[in-house]
Design a protein around this ligand. Structure first.
Ligand code: GAL
Length: 342
């Protein structure tokens, strides 16, 4: 307890005196993984399971807006919350840019639906920002997993719900996913198929609103791989994922390949070190689960691995763990740090 207080006060004082430290004038200059992260208004950032895009000098972070104080059991999903930043440390609240529907109980995204892991890409052809998210219809639990699709003309929203589809060619759909945009502009949906949990890839149509054709099972990737996040460096694709244990943490796994459709090599668990605050190490991914790998535009070749520490009893209290991702000798390394900057 004393040790924890020491770290809070000395290394990351903004978690305790957030309002002062987070004014735009003397803004935050460090990442403090596993600690409460406040926005520029001093409110804890509410963007879980998120992803980030970069547009004209600004980063936009999209994540699950968890209804304050609710448990996952009670239905905590309120839509997609967006924050913007130019430096990645200080985030401005852009609001809920896609809300669950409070009026129409027949809506696919009516209050009570499960709306998770939003990811956004920009489609040059249609000039639309296209958002995918995991969608389970209200009242059906985690039965059939749809991909929900929403679009917008502005990165800071609003987004309009468009439609849903069943991914991975299964009548039960798919679960966790990443939307990976390759250097040639093609966008892929990498996802875990339901109910057999095979890991699959499908290319999206030019407008990115639907998959183009059939999905292929990536048999080199073990069954039950969830929470995929991908990046490409020097012609090699790298992926980090998790195992499958719901909100409870498990060990991360990582892979590389030269061809998105085959030949994935198992690189093992990329995590090193121990989370000072919960004493969890690589065997539990510091108590967290991967959600995205962010290429940092100011530092070409530098990547941040973004993780969530879930809090299913009070979903909005979930925490973020952002750590530098190193690529060394063909392997991925994510080392715990109490505080860091780039
Ligand atoms: C996780 C998944 C989360 C959420 C959770 C529910 O494995 O990554 O997005 O669906 O299961 O138990």
């Amino acid at each position: 307890m004393l040790l924890r207080l020491f770290f809070l006060l000395v290394l990351c004082p903004s978690t305790l005196i957030g309002q002062q430290m987070n004014s735009p004038l003397d803004g935050r200059k460090y990442f403090c993984p596993g600690q409460i992260w406040t926005d520029l208004n001093g409110n804890p950032i509410n963007a879980h399971g998120g992803g980030i895009i970069y547009v004209d000098g600004t980063y936009y972070w999209y994540g699950e807006h968890k209804l304050l104080g609710k448990s996952e059991r009670e239905g905590a999903d309120g839509g997609v919350h967006c924050y913007s930043s130019t430096d990645l440390y200080n985030w401005q609240d852009e609001g809920i840019i896609l809300s669950v529907d409070y009026q129409n109980p027949q809506s696919d995204i009516a209050l009570g639906c499960i709306l998770e892991r939003p990811k956004v890409i920009y489609n040059k052809r249609t000039k639309l920002y296209v958002m995918y998210f995991k969608l389970y219809l209200p009242g059906r639990g985690y039965d059939t997993g749809y991909v929900g699709v929403a679009t917008g003309t502005n990165p800071s929203g609003p987004f309009q719900y468009s439609h849903k589809f069943l991914g991975a060619g299964s009548s039960k759909g798919s679960g966790d996913f990443c939307m990976f945009q390759d250097e040639d502009g093609n966008v892929y949906h990498l996802t875990v198929r339901k109910p057999d949990k095979a890991f699959c890839i499908g290319r999206l149509q030019d407008d990115c609103l639907y998959p183009e054709g059939t999905y292929k099972v990536l048999s080199d990737i073990p069954l039950h791989t969830e929470a995929p996040a991908m990046v490409r460096k020097d012609g090699i694709y790298y992926m980090i994922g998790s195992g499958s244990s719901g909100w409870a943490p498990n060990a991360a796994r990582s892979f590389s390949t030269q061809n998105l459709w085959k030949g994935y090599k198992d690189l093992g668990n990329p995590c090193i070190g121990v989370n000072t605050y919960n004493q969890l190490g690589a065997e539990k991914t510091f108590g967290a689960q991967i959600s995205f790998i962010l290429p940092v535009k100011q530092r070409p070749g530098f990547y941040i691995a973004m993780f969530d520490i879930w809090n299913p009893e009070r979903a909005s209290d979930g925490l973020y763990v952002w750590l530098p991702l190193r690529i060394e000798n063909g392997k991925l390394i994510v080392e715990w740090k109490d505080q860091w900057s780039f």
